[in-house]
Design a binder for this molecule. Structure first.
Ligand SMILES: [Zn+2]
Length: 150
């Protein structure tokens, strides 16, 4: 399953990528363009626009304001599996590839290099990720969502 988020859901799109979902996020496009891209690529639309939801039924209408609730709604409604090990690039939606510590030397701060052993690089834009406190926070947040929904 692949996704597309409407313009209101920039943060949600980033989180969808973190949990391993292929998610497109377009800026400055009108409803027609979103529908066009969504149907051309067979993407499931996450939207907070009722009209858009009605026009493109392969979608989920989300009216929650809180990011955790939005993400929770998507995961629960669609029965998605959450796989942080298969996270995607939050910047460009590219696939992440695990890389050796030696390979990122010079590309990340020395402090980071000293304190982490697991690194990933985006296949598309080259951005480097590592498992740090941010990652843990996300996992804990997701665990909470999982617990709340049984
Ligand atoms: Zn990238």
């Amino acid at each position: 399953m692949r996704f597309i988020c409407d313009e209101m859901f920039g943060s949600l799109a980033r989180w969808m990528r973190i949990i391993g979902q292929d998610t497109l996020y377009l800026r400055d496009v009108d409803d027609d363009e979103i529908i066009e891209v969504a149907s051309a690529e067979g993407r499931f639309l996450l939207t907070r626009d009722k009209d858009l939801h009605r026009r493109y039924p392969y979608s989920l209408y989300i009216d929650e304001n809180d990011l955790e609730r939005q993400l929770s709604k998507v995961i629960v409604s669609l029965g998605l599996s959450v796989d942080c090990e298969k996270g995607r690039c939050t910047v460009c939606n590219g696939e992440l590839q695990s890389v050796e510590k030696e390979d990122v030397e010079g590309s990340v701060p020395d402090f980071t290099l000293r304190n982490h052993d697991v690194f990933y690089r985006c296949r598309d834009c080259g951005k480097i990720y590592w498992k740090g406190t941010h990652w843990e926070k996300i996992r804990n947040g997701l665990d909470t969502i999982g617990e709340n929904n049984g």
